[in-house]
Design a binder for this molecule. Structure first.
Ligand SMILES: NC(=O)c1ccc[n+]([C@@H]2O[C@H](COP(=O)([O-])OP(=O)(O)OC[C@H]3O[C@@H](n4cnc5c(N)ncnc54)[C@H](OP(=O)(O)O)[C@@H]3O)[C@@H](O)[C@H]2O)c1
Length: 333
């Protein structure tokens, strides 16, 4: 095979903002499959906020990427060759194959992706890990009831866009929070949320209050920071908060001071964090349920596809600054 294996390695651990100096673009010959392994060609790489945590050595729910190692990431790949005979050349598979063009992995553990009418990229977004996160966080933690006000931040993004649509199906009045008029228009008009408030505009906290005249019963937290500060005073008694992530704080060198937690007591709130990988059965459930909604077009989603693996570091830095518009995916080849 003439093509080299383009790989993006972790060069250094960022203290604060991620920059190009933390990545290294490297080329090597494609790996030779060892006994039991298949050679894969990555077609699409998912870029996700959790990768910022993997760049850091701070204690977390998952081990960091080693310095000099290939950056971790989920990919949709095609089988190039499988000496074990389990897969045909060209079969589509899903897995954590990393920020690289080729990988050699044990064929026995590979998960085949069937061509079922949904584009392959949806396995990384609306029907994959982010969509499943929205499903778990909304149905198991935030649990909006009919007529309640459900608020979700990063509402135009991979998780938020799906969480809001699920809450609307559960009968809630859904208010999104997103950055900029274009994203807010998409959230209102395309996703059909009742309202969307621009957190980058003037008087954000007052406009959020006006958009939630009866307070907030359930909040799906994706962002933290100034957005969280504006949401918390609006939470109603017995409100539920699904702590999914706080992307606005991932580049902070020091954790920001938290909200006044006395509100927890006064309002008898329930706050719960979750990690989607603790809910393994939800992935198949969501693919079945959400897949039906994608095929009948009642579940809307948006993807931003960046062409070229070498663009991945810049695209990832943009994700942490809110520059992506929809689920961020890299087309590898
Ligand atoms: N718990 C889990 O298992 C799990 C699984 C998947 C994802 N997550 C979390 O879910 C959240 C959303 O992830 P995603 O994949 O759906 O990403 P995404 O929403 O597609 O992209 C990230 C978005 O976050 C917003 N953002 C970034 N920096 C910000 C800042 N400084 N202030 C305010 N908003 C900022 C931007 O949207 P705006 O421009 O609209 O603000 C940006 O587009 C993240 O916190 C992620 O870590 C958790």
């Amino acid at each position: 095979m003439a093509e080299n294996n383009l790989r993006i390695l972790l060069r250094a651990r960022p203290e604060g903002r991620v920059g190009p100096e933390h990545f290294e673009v490297s080329e090597a010959p494609p790996p030779a499959p060892r006994p039991g392994e298949a050679l894969l060609r990555n077609r699409f790489l998912s870029l996700d906020p959790y990768m910022r945590g993997r760049m850091s050595a701070a204690k977390s729910y998952s081990a960091p990427v080693e310095i000099g190692a290939v950056m971790e990431g989920q990919c949709v790949a095609q089988v190039e060759e499988d000496p074990t005979g389990r897969f045909q050349r060209g079969d589509w598979v899903l897995g954590g194959f990393g920020w690289q063009r080729f990988s050699a992995v044990p064929a026995a553990g590979l998960r085949k992706l069937e061509e079922d009418g949904a584009p392959m990229t949806t396995a990384l977004g609306v029907l994959g890990m982010p969509g499943t996160t929205a499903w778990v966080g909304t149905t198991e933690l935030a649990r909006p009831r009919p007529g309640e006000t459900f608020v979700v931040s990063a509402a135009s993004g991979a998780v938020g866009s799906v969480a809001g649509q699920i809450a609307a199906r559960m009968g809630a009045r859904v208010v999104g929070i997103a950055g900029g008029p274009e994203k807010c228009a998409f959230v209102r008009e395309e996703l059909g949320f009742g309202e969307c408030v621009d957190h980058r505009g003037e008087d954000f906290a007052e406009r959020l209050r006006a958009a939630c005249p009866e307070g907030i019963d359930a909040y799906f937290e994706n962002v933290g920071g100034a957005v969280q500060k504006a949401v918390f005073p609006l939470l109603n008694d017995f409100g539920r908060v699904a702590f999914c992530g706080m992307v606005a704080e991932y580049n902070d060198a020091e954790p920001a001071p938290g909200p006044n937690l006395m509100q927890l007591v006064r309002k008898r709130l329930s706050l719960r964090g979750f990690i989607v990988s603790d809910h393994p059965r939800a992935f198949a459930d969501w693919r079945r349920i959400g897949g039906g909604w994608v095929r009948d077009r009642s579940l809307r989603y948006r993807e931003e596809v960046v062409k070229g693996l070498d663009k991945a570091p810049e695209a990832f830095m943009g994700l942490l600054a809110g520059k992506n518009f929809g689920k961020l995916v890299v087309e590898v080849t």
